[in-house]
Design a binder for this molecule. Structure first.
Ligand code: ADP
Ligand code: ZN
Ligand code: ZN
Length: 712
């Protein structure tokens, strides 16, 4: 007997046919089953999306329905909850369900045919026996114990608001431990923002849980893994053998049939937001998923996102998350670093390093301690200029300057990658005296070496070696870590004490536990105070707090660790709050400003971005869709009221207006109600599709909606 199966496939974007197509199967397959189906001339992976129907209903023509090509036997069906998570993601982020759901599955699942998959599944299973020394967990601190008691007593979601080093990870380990011990099937998902941080975390979880549940009980899922590795982890999570999945944002879509706990560590980190395809926030989806599947959700951070902070206000005021506070650092490292502001108004003009900072660096280094200096700009100088005619090293393909990289004497565009050798002379007037303007990490490293040229390494001046050794400066940024393994190598050198001063971008401030660093200096952090991006202060604060939290964890170093900020705005509220390590005051200031300006979390936003051959076409497209919403849509039955709440700003060029020869424009949409915004976007999709074919939009290449955008 034939069964008619509704199957979700990844149809080309906005194709006329919907993502759920009907196929015929002789076998009755339950919803969630993975199948291979013909699609046009190809064969592709699909997910049976609903119960099969026994009769041809008239909604499709049985004569035209094709047979499924095969079933991925041996893989249990995906759960209803998983389907619902993916349907929700697609609807909320305004993408097609087929695209989102199929992209959430491991690539090899899409590529392997049933025979290949069967072979893969047959391969010898890893030895799953537990064993080895069971690592004793440390006795909980009173703050940890209090937080855990709250987690036990309340449904959550929780915001674990704990200082760096307050033992948040230990709380996660404890909760996971309790869960796995109490329920032999239960699974936990633990997410971290960066791939770089997964090995560290994996080690900690494996050390704790492998002796109890076997090596295969802890698996990772992130984009740095090979496709076979990813498939293996995925299958083991889906089959239930993996009890703990550690991963980056993509792991939020892992199939975990017995999911009972989700941890989102460093929940404020922007990398939880996807920058392509469906622009989902894994943090927000984790909260949704927790509710859907009855799993507890712990969001952890020392500097929560203001959205999460706002959600964790007292329940009487409308808060939905439970805030758990762990203000103290564990053990000897409990002294928080001293934050100093250096008023750059009193320093020589154009000085990069203030005199007191150089003195402080010298002092630390000669004592055998390490120093971290950071600047948020890689390369040598952001721009090369000719002082005679005003030429600047613009990128010919983007509306941005190419950055001067002295090390290989190139000009590189950080947006499109266009790279050229530095010209001998000014391309416009022939002046040979073209000079770098501004500075990046590369120049900082060079300049610092000059300033510290007479400083000798700790203990290197001996009777045999009266001149001692010069100090060692290392740089870590996207340029110095391009090759695989380079970052690990450099970090190892820092940990081994082979480096005295570490110069870098924000990359070095995140996650790494540098125990011998006792001085952290931010050379020029002011930019974020005056950025057009309203989230810039929040990011700066969190970055500086994290950097401060990393410093001086080695209790044997008696010296008080310090964080130095060179600033022209020493009185700024952000720095004042930072000096007191006072996130709460900072958050209150920021939230007040946001409330007055009607910005998130006090309103919901979406951004439509358009790319076209000309700026006019990009803007015309957006503005036409806007006008339609304001006139025609407002006249639709029952829409006037909702549309009165939706504010569509006129289209504007994006901050970087042109990238790789494409003009880019954006339009911001704001609404006090998230639900109304959703309703509007869903209805407006078809308007955007229809607008595209209008004559003034000729040259439009693509457009995309970003719901809850992080960068505006
Ligand atoms: P966080 O995740 O908040 O930065 P961690 O959980 O990594 O903090 O803890 C910081 C350090 O303190 C780690 O070295 C950890 O092993 C240790 N630690 C955490 N909790 C305890 C405890 N209750 N007793 C002793 N040491 C602890
Ligand atoms: Zn010139
Ligand atoms: Zn470019």
């Amino acid at each position: 007997m034939s069964h008619w199966l509704p199957v979700l496939v990844h149809t080309p974007a906005h194709a006329a046919l919907g993502p759920v197509l009907t196929y015929r199967s002789e076998q009755l397959l339950p919803a969630g089953t993975l199948v291979r189906v013909p699609l046009g001339k190809r064969e592709t992976l699909g997910v049976v999306w609903d119960a099969a129907t026994a009769e041809a209903t008239g909604e499709f023509d049985p004569a035209k329905v094709r047979d499924i090509a095969g079933v991925l036997e041996g893989i249990p069906p995906l759960s209803r909850a998983w389907q619902q998570l993916l349907s929700f993601t697609a609807a909320y982020y305004q993408r097609s369900a087929g695209e989102v759901a199929l992209a959430a599955l491991p690539p090899q699942l899409r590529e392997l045919n049933p025979e290949q998959m069967a072979r893969r599944l047959k391969r010898k299973k890893l030895d799953g026996s537990a064993g080895g020394a069971v690592l004793a967990a440390p006795a909980l601190s009173p703050e940890q114990a209090a937080a855990i008691a709250q987690i036990d007593a309340n449904p959550g979601p929780y915001l674990l608001f704990g200082a760096t080093g307050s033992g948040k990870t230990e709380v996660y380990l404890h909760c996971v431990h309790k869960l796995l011990a109490a329920d032999p099937d239960a699974q936990a998902l633990v997410m971290v923002p960066e791939i770089n941080l997964t090995p560290q975390l994996e080690e900690r979880f494996k050390a704790r849980f492998a002796p109890l549940y076997g090596e295969q009980a802890v698996v990772s899922l992130h984009s740095g893994m090979t496709n076979p590795q990813r498939l293996k982890s995925w299958l083991s999570a889906h089959g239930g053998a993996a009890r703990i999945v550690l991963g980056t944002r993509m792991a939020v879509f892992a199939s975990l049939p017995k999911l009972r706990l989700i941890v989102v560590d460093e929940e404020h980190d922007p990398s939880y937001k996807s920058g392509e395809g469906a622009r989902y926030s894994a943090r927000d989806l984790a909260v949704y998923r927790g509710k859907l599947e009855g799993a507890k959700v712990i969001l952890g951070s020392a500097t929560p996102s203001l959205e999460t902070w706002h959600h964790s206000r007292p329940a009487e005021e409308g808060g939905r998350y439970l805030r758990l506070h762990m203000p103290s650092r564990i053990g000897e490292s409990s002294r928080l670093p001293l934050v100093r502001r250096v008023d750059m108004n009193h320093q020589p003009r154009r000085a990069i390093f203030s005199t007191p900072l150089i003195a402080a660096i010298t002092e630390r280094v000669t004592r055998g301690e390490q120093v971290m200096v950071f600047l948020n700009r890689r390369g040598y100088a952001p721009v090369l200029t000719c002082e005679d005619c005003g030429w600047k090293s613009e990128c010919p393909h983007c509306s941005a300057f190419r950055v001067f990289h002295k090390i290989d004497r190139t000009l590189r565009c950080h947006h499109c990658g266009f790279t050229e050798r530095v010209p001998r002379a000014c391309p416009d007037c022939g002046n040979v005296d073209i000079a770098p303007f501004g500075r990046g990490t590369e120049q900082l490293e060079e300049h610092l070496a000059e300033l510290l040229v007479d400083v000798r390494r700790h203990g290197s001046v001996t009777p045999d070696n009266p001149n001692g050794e010069p100090i060692r400066i290392a740089r870590i940024d996207a340029d110095s870590t391009k090759l695989k393994g380079q970052l690990e190598e450099q970090l190892a050198a820092v940990h081994a004490g082979d480096v005295d001063v570490l110069v870098g971008t924000q990359m070095i401030a995140k996650g790494h536990d540098f125990r011998r660093i006792t001085l952290v200096a931010a050379v020029n952090p002011d930019g974020a105070l005056f950025s057009s991006d309203f989230r810039a202060p929040e990011r700066l604060f969190s970055l500086l707090m994290q950097a401060a939290g990393r410093a001086g964890r080695d209790a044997s170093l008696g010296a008080q660790s310090e964080v130095w900020l060179q600033t022209f705005q020493p009185q700024h509220g952000l720095y004042a709050a930072l000096k007191k390590h006072d996130y709460t005051t900072f958050a209150a200031q920021q939230l007040k400003e946001r409330e007055q300006a009607n910005m998130p979390p006090f309103s919901a936003q979406a951004l439509v971005r358009a790319e076209a051959k000309t700026q006019e076409a990009a803007q015309a497209f957006l503005n036409a869709a806007r006008t339609f919403a304001q006139t025609e849509m407002a006249a639709w039955d029952g829409w006037a009221e909702a549309l009165a709440q939706v504010f569509l700003y006129p289209a504007v060029p994006m901050a970087i207006q042109r990238v790789a020869n494409l003009e880019r424009a954006q339009m911001l949409i704001e609404c006090p109600s998230r639900a109304t915004l959703q309703q509007f976007l869903t209805a407006w999709q078809s308007v955007l599709h229809a607008t595209r074919s209008q004559p003034e939009c000729k040259g439009l290449i693509r457009w995309a909606i970003d719901v809850d955008p992080l960068a505006i």
